[in-house]
Design a binder for this molecule. Structure first.
Ligand SMILES: [Zn+2]
Length: 158
């Protein structure tokens, strides 16, 4: 998915900030929070695992103009929330979407249904369970929370 960052970058001079993430995500925003405090800015923190999706969207919809959003989560949550948030106007000019698992992605083996993680740059891999060579597709399954791995037409290289 495009426009997903690896780390948060502080953008100064916004009217208001919203820091939003799962448990790990919020801790990764500590530095941003300190910067906002130093600048005497206003901000809210939303813990994704303590509120449901519709409440979060409702709160963010009511934010005043000029609110800047930081969202840090795993890829599943980002895939789920980003389109809805962009619809509310949190484009990449008004928000940073950060994935804390950027280096890895989950792959679903189409043969034995094993789910395992690979480095995100890897397009071709061997299933650790059935040893089949798999091509990692761009098809993301929300149900499996993984990218679908198909029988490869590529060569697997170590
Ligand atoms: Zn397999």
């Amino acid at each position: 998915m495009k426009d997903i960052r690896k780390e948060a970058v502080f953008i100064a001079g916004k009217r208001n900030y919203v820091l939003c993430g799962d448990d790990l995500g919020i801790t990764l925003l500590n530095e941003i929070e300190e910067r906002i405090q130093r600048d005497k800015g206003t901000y809210q923190i939303y813990y994704l695992n303590k509120m449901n999706r519709s409440l979060l969207l409702e709160l963010l919809e009511q934010m005043k103009m000029g609110t800047y959003l930081y969202l840090v989560a795993d890829s599943k949550l980002l895939f789920d929330l980003k389109p809805a948030l962009q619809k509310l106007g949190y484009s990449t000019c008004e928000a940073q979407y950060i994935c804390h698992q950027m280096d890895h992605r989950m792959v679903f083996c189409s043969k034995c249904h094993q789910i395992f993680s690979v480095f995100s740059k890897v397009n071709c891999t061997n299933c650790p369970n059935c040893q089949l060579t798999l091509e990692v597709s761009e098809h993301y399954s929300k149900i499996k929370n993984a990218y679908l791995g198909y029988v490869a037409s590529c060569e697997w290289k170590e």
